[in-house]
Design a protein around this ligand. Structure first.
Ligand code: G3I
Length: 495
């Protein structure tokens, strides 16, 4: 990670107007209201004079991270309010903080940060749900299916609390080793599919939030770890595992520096169909060229949605002795601040979907010309004989369900069902199956079950019931039990 910084390509822009005023975020400031709306991109506007205004020109955000201790720090809060439009909690939403004891959740410190941020017009990145570090103490006594279940319960419990409120969640953090293999951890020991299970659980828990994989040292395209994570995301996208974004922490501290191929890394991930974001940026001694280069790389990749620095002032940094942030200890912007601001203002790409103005007022006048010609040929004879036998599954009007064992361990397994529709669109489906004796369903995602042993039916979730002709979707479930016998009598019924 010692490549030279990307070359500088500074551009300036002439002033025009910003669509929605100075800082054009449509911020929702009441915590009970869901995610604040993203800014409307307008590259023809005047340069932004704050980080967030400059980022919003291209439909991006500029974020920071804060601990609950900063809620009493007016110096921090003043800059946060002025410059940033996305917030991450440094430690307060990590597993040890949110679930100190089994099933006993504590959101007080996380909520305090969330409330302050959203009351000041910011959106929120959740960090993080499943990680080898900062785990609840009680996870240390768990392994195998018990730890797997604890992880799933944790994701469900935390995401239920913040449902509909966040823009992004770091579902899994730092699961890869430097050589591109999986990092060994207690979560990894529950089975190689733990990341997939985490994402499927997360999607079912809150379909509204973008689900991210987040890691450090994945900025250099040729590095083993980068390739490992890239292959994970590629595999997930190919198999329909729900992942929406990759967070590149961008810690160019502790010996790391900006690689010359950073933009290639960002665009390669984006080409898989995910958003990318720089989620924890800091740079040794706040090198202006590295800050400029990392910002420009993001601005050059349409699906690079934003940049977060891990703190505001050097005194906020986890690596404070490297003075790696954009503001000094007296709250003054450093030269790197200006280089970032200029690179944000020089963006030439916008985030897809941010250039269309949001809907304004619905039309007030009804259409003046009603349809003049009524249908000429009304249906003549209704069918006299209703069908006596339901169509076989997989035929028009039917659906089929195919089972796959994803992974097994001593005392349980994870199964997957692929529901495939016939040739007529349907609005819902139910899968029936029979579990072997002694088996119990512990969790279902992308569907909800009735019964958890013996004869079980699994109904679609709200978001995956509608299937077009021949379309398919998958659901997953965890089973506890002494045998790994596959479910029998599997069938599918359209709603
Ligand atoms: O709160 C206790 C305090 O009571 C105790 O007196 C003190 C003694 O050491 O520790 C305090 O907890 C510390 C906590 O930060 C809050 O300050 C922990 O020891 C310390 O380990 C913890 O460090 C955090 C680190 O994650 C843990 O891995 C950093 O603040 C936080 O910035 C850092 O953030 C991570 C991201 O989540 C993931 N990417 C890397 C990034 C930097 O390490």
């Amino acid at each position: 990670m010692n490549d030279v910084p990307a070359p500088s390509k500074r551009r300036t822009r002439s002033g025009a107007r910003l669509l929605l005023g100075g800082a054009c975020a449509l911020a929702i400031t009441v915590s009970s209201m869901a995610v604040a709306t993203l800014a409307h991109a307008d590259l023809s506007g005047p340069p932004g004079t704050t980080l967030k205004a400059a980022a919003e020109r291209s439909g991006r955000y500029f974020g920071t991270a804060m601990g609950a201790d900063r809620l009493n720090d007016s110096g921090f809060l003043n800059i946060a309010n002025r410059e940033f439009d996305m917030m991450t909690a440094v430690n307060e939403m990590k597993p040890d903080a949110t679930e100190p004891n089994p099933g006993q959740f504590d959101f007080r410190r996380g909520d305090a940060i969330y409330d302050w941020a959203t009351q000041h017009g910011m959106r929120f990145r959740g960090h993080t749900l499943a990680w080898h570090a900062q785990q609840p103490k009680f996870w240390a006594g768990l392994s195998g299916s018990a730890l797997r279940s604890a992880m799933i319960s944790h994701i469900n419990g935390v995401m239920a609390h913040y449902k509909g409120k966040f823009a992004y969640w770091d579902v899994v953090n730092e699961a890869y080793a430097e050589n591109g293999s999986r990092r060994s951890s207690n979560l990894q020991s529950t089975g190689n599919d733990w990341i997939e299970v985490a994402f499927r659980t997360a999607r079912a828990a809150d379909p509204s939030v973008k689900l991210c994989y987040n890691d450090y040292n994945i900025e250099n395209w040729t590095y083993g770890k980068t390739q490992g994570v890239y292959n994970l995301i590629k595999d997930f996208k190919a198999r329909g595992v729900p992942v929406d974004c990759v967070g590149l922490q961008t810690h160019f501290t502790g010996g790391s520096s900006l690689p010359g191929n950073f933009q290639q890394t960002l665009s390669s991930f984006a080409a898989l169909g995910v958003d990318v974001a720089l989620t924890e940026a800091d740079v040794t001694n706040a090198s202006t060229s590295q800050y400029q280069g990392l910002t420009q790389a993001c601005m050059n990749v349409p699906r690079c949605v934003g940049i977060t620095t891990w703190g505001i002032r050097d005194s906020d940094s986890w690596r404070g002795n490297e003075n790696p942030l954009l503001f000094d200890r007296n709250s003054n912007p450093k030269p790197a601040y200006t280089s970032v601001l200029n690179a944000l203002n020089a963006a030439s790409t916008t985030v897809p979907g941010t250039t269309t103005p949001p809907p304004t007022t619905p039309p007030t006048t009804p259409p003046t010309t009603p349809p003049t010609t009524p249908p000429t040929t009304p249906p003549t004879t209704p069918p006299t004989t209703p069908p006596t036998t339901p169509p076989p599954t997989g035929q028009p009007g039917g659906c089929t369900a195919a089972y796959r064992m994803v992974s097994m361990w001593n005392g349980g397994f994870q199964g997957e069902l692929t529901v495939t529709n016939g040739t007529t669109a349907i609005s819902g489906w139910t899968v029936q199956l029979t579990l072997a004796g002694g088996q119990t369903i512990a969790n279902v995602w992308n569907g909800s079950n009735t019964g958890n042993s013996g004869a079980v039916s699994i109904r679609n979730a709200a978001y995956n019931g509608a299937l077009g002709a021949n379309a398919s979707t998958t659901l997953g479930f965890l089973v506890n039990g002494s045998s790994n016998t596959a479910p029998s009598n599997i069938s599918c019924t359209p709603a």
